[in-house]
Design a protein around this ligand. Structure first.
Ligand code: BG6
Length: 325
């Protein structure tokens, strides 16, 4: 992407110096967020899709496939696709719903946020259904998405979805922030916070099982929907000595996905060996769909941080990471 000639213009919506709008691959609009200490994020208006999140050392923290296709209607492979109004194949819509392959707009006048963000590096996006969308999902909604970088480099996504139906009808949806984390070697990664929980196994007709007591490790394909999960999950990358902490609110479920070698080969927009360097841990609302009456709003929040960790030097106590101490 760096070889791409990018034309930068001042954003129409946000006067902040840390936010820029530019043209990127295939002329797609991209917003660049930069925090004063050096962390950054990139967001495509196509899909309302975060494709990059870098630490203040410039290190990429999200996985983006080298074969990702930046051409509608294909969703971008990697980063943080938004699954709405349907997760996976759980309904009549195309896989993962339509939000990830629609053009979002910059929201010039978002309603105020109840919580004051310290960040100056943020962008507000909005998605409303087209007439075509209403044919497959006959509901009127306003989906507002704020993507912000915290002063310490944390990446925060807040979704606010409102039912704007004028026919008095409620609607229901399922949802996920389909985050692709970049990991050094999948076989060296542990996920903590999901042990002992029930999950639906997508590889076994969504049958329900209970996870055993140990942290999750990976040695083959995984595609599970963990139910009623805690608000914090840790992804510990031994080789990188880095821990991602996922904090979520309004999102009880968590999907863990890695396609492994066979499925990787079957995906046109994913390198054969790239499964070794990614892990999806997706904050989601799946088991119990969200129902909104006209005028009601739902909020789902994701906060990602990357902290140094080292088992070798004994600095990391995963329990403390999970407890946030
Ligand atoms: C995960 C699903 O969330 O997304 C998997 O649980 C699916 O079943 C994966 O394969 C990728 O989906 P897609 O549509 O982006 O290829």
């Amino acid at each position: 992407m760096s070889s791409e000639k990018e034309k930068t213009t001042a954003p129409s919506s946000s006067p902040s110096p840390s936010v820029d709008l530019c043209k990127s691959i295939n002329g797609l609009d991209k917003v660049l967020l930069r925090e004063s200490r050096g962390s950054s994020a990139e967001v495509y208006l196509y899909g309302g899709h975060v494709t990059s999140w870098k630490s203040d050392h410039g290190e990429e923290l999200l996985f983006l496939s080298s074969k990702a296709i930046f051409k509608p209607p294909k969703a971008i492979r990697g980063g943080i696709p938004i699954c709405f109004p349907q997760f996976g194949g759980l309904g009549t819509l195309d896989q993962h719903g339509f939000a990830r392959n629609r053009f979002w707009n910059i929201d010039d006048d978002p309603p105020p946020f109840p919580t004051n963000t310290l960040s100056k590096a943020f962008v507000d996006l909005i998605l409303k259904p087209s007439e075509e969308d209403m044919k497959s999902w006959p509901h009127s909604f306003e989906y507002r998405l704020r993507i912000a970088l915290g002063p310490g480099g944390d990446l925060m996504l807040t979704s606010r979805i409102r039912n704007t139906n004028s026919d008095g009808k409620p609607f229901s949806f399922t949802f996920a922030y389909h985050t692709y984390f970049s990991v050094s070697d999948i076989s060296e990664v542990r996920v903590e916070g999901l042990e002992t929980l029930d999950y639906l196994d997508n590889l076994q007709n969504k049958e329900r099982f209970t996870e055993q007591g140990d942290a999750l490790t990976f040695e083959s394909e995984v595609d599970k929907i963990y139910l009623s999960t805690p608000t914090k999950i840790a992804i510990i990358d031994h080789e990188k000595k880095r821990t991602f902490v996922v904090r979520k609110d309004g999102l009880p479920d968590a999907v863990v996905w890695n396609p492994w070698d066979k499925k990787a080969k079957a995906m046109a927009d994913f390198g054969d060996d790239e499964y070794k360097h990614m892990l999806c841990v997706e904050a989601a609302a799946i088991e119990k769909p969200i129902t909104l009456k006209p005028g009601e709003e739902w909020k789902g929040r994701l906060e990602l941080s990357a902290v140094p960790s080292s088992y070798c030097s004994g600095q990391l106590d995963p329990q403390r990471v999970l407890q946030g101490s």
